[in-house]
Ligand binder design. Sequence first.
Ligand code: PEP
Length: 248
Amino acid sequence: MRQKIVAGNWKMNGSLADNEALLKEVVAGTEGLSGVVCCSPYPYLFQLQGLLEGTHVAWGAQNLSQYEKGAYTGEVSASMLKDFGCSYVIIGHSERRTIFGETSMTVAEKFKAAQEAGLIPILCVGETLAEREAGITEAVVGEQIDAVIGYSGVEALNSAVIAYEPVWAIGTGKTATPEQAQDVHRHLRERIALMDSDVAGKVPILYGGSVKAANAAELFGMPDIDGGLIGGASLVSRDFCDICRAMG
Ligand code: PEP
């Protein structure tokens, strides 16, 4: 049985007051579940630590530096995230790749830095609409995952989570059908199995892209979909809690 996970990606949203209300509702509304994660902007991690420590909800960040420490103005290291009790960190989100120019090599370095500090990376992969229409989805996600495996080794996926997020489905309201998502999840698992079938069988692969309470159960019911990475809906406690409960 693979661990099911629903992770909220708050992106650049939140305020002290809004976060407190949201987190209290998430803790109450997901009682008894495991695999619930909230990933906030850096400045709020101290608040998440204060409110979530001792609860069943884990927390994390949305990015980190590939460097350990030093003259990297504006950056945040993996050990700093550990200081604030983070268990997870999102790596290689498509917004980081496209808006901030992160390459697959940078993503691989960040993945390694996260693991070396004892954080669980949530590695995002996904194709654009143009890439899907060109029929190169598998090649695109394959290159993204191979970069990390090439740098850290396939066994590194034993303590990692993968999130398949088609770029055309993120924040657009357009969700991949359960079958479209399952096809890519299966491909990822088969690709990893060529290197190590044990790792392939164990690594959780989440789906992300306009997941809502109304479509979560159907997506999470597919054989290779182990939960979700949730953007917009993770800011609305009732929606996020409903999605968490759809983990079953
Ligand atoms: C995301 O940001 O990872 C995401 C999946 O966003 P949304 O759920 O809003 O599409």
